[in-house]
Design a protein around this ligand. Structure first.
Ligand code: GUN
Length: 282
């Protein structure tokens, strides 16, 4: 088995960030808005806060209960957009059902959009222009593949899942790396024929054991972005890890694979936004 250990790669990225910021007088500031009741989101947000604090960043987390209104979130975003101490704004998704996610994301100043979800940043990415920030999970996946020297140029990469958070921006980034990308989703016919012919499979669906051993050709690189909490409390990915680990060329574990890379990329984005904003003020 050849494991792609996201935890280790993320650790060295975070150490590098800490070193870069240690000499700064001002510290990067991250604001996180949590307006949902989702257990996984609470865990992610706690972890983002903890790591941000450990790097010496200033993080403020705004937690809302279900009575929050669209207007309250909008006012907070306006306030954070104007606050010079805040360099990055992150709205944890999904939001409570009664909130309008698209409107909220569009109100974030694109220069502070640390997730790279604003249409301006997505548009820049699609045009091959440099966004203010690149979506954290796709960025982390590319970094992880590169850390293990996985070749992307010319390779057939199958991305499963077409979300705005992972699948679509990841397909764009891989295309920029000269990969040949297929974007599959829940309506795709005969997924197995696609997985069998791929050099790299990246699954981001949240369906445990969607990818089984019979779907994998020897040597294929398998990246598991799925995270589902089982009734027993453990976390599982989309991939039947135990049965696939000795067939795959490289494979990511869950947890300890893509998750830590997402957070490391987020911290890198906070720092990059901080540097961009402070440069402009000089
Ligand atoms: N929900 C699941 N992944 C993410 C992410 O990367 N950013 C935000 N804001 N919400 C998420």
């Amino acid at each position: 088995m050849k494991l792609m250990n996201g935890k280790n790669v993320a650790k060295s990225i975070l150490e590098n960030i800490k070193e870069r910021t240690s000499s700064y007088e001002k510290k990067p500031g991250l604001a996180v808005i949590l307006a949902n009741n989702d257990e996984a989101s609470k865990i992610y947000v706690n972890s983002k806060e903890k790591i941000s604090d450990s790097l010496g960043f200033k993080s403020s987390v705004y937690r809302f209960n279900k009575s929050v209104t669209q207007g309250e979130i909008i006012s907070l975003i306006h306030e954070l957009n104007e606050d010079s101490e805040i360099n990055g704004i992150l709205v944890q998704l999904p939001l409570y059902n009664h909130l309008n996610q698209e409107q909220i994301i569009e109100l974030i100043d694109p220069k502070k959009d640390v997730d790279g979800f604003h249409p301006i940043n997505i548009g820049k990415l699609n045009c091959g222009l440099k966004p203010y920030a690149v979506c954290c999970t796709p960025k982390g996946i590319i970094k992880l593949l590169k850390a293990y020297k996985v070749k992307l140029k010319g390779q057939s990469v199958l991305v499963i899942g077409r979300s705005n958070i992972v699948g679509k921006p990841l397909a764009t980034l891989l295309t920029l790396e000269d990969a040949t990308v297929t974007l599959a989703h829940s309506k795709t016919k005969d997924l197995k024929s696609l997985t069998k012919n791929a050099d790299i499979i990246i699954s981001a669906t949240g369906h445990p054991k969607l990818i089984t051993a019979d779907m994998i050709t020897k040597g294929t690189v398998v990246v598991d972005v799925g995270i589902t909490r089982q009734l027993t409390g453990g976390l599982v990915g989309d991939v039947d890890f135990e049965k696939i680990k000795d067939i795959a060329g490289y494979i990511t574990p869950v947890p300890g694979g893509v998750g830590p890379m997402t957070i490391a990329s987020l911290m890198e984005n906070v720092l990059e936004l901080f540097e961009q904003q402070n440069k402009r003020q000089e």
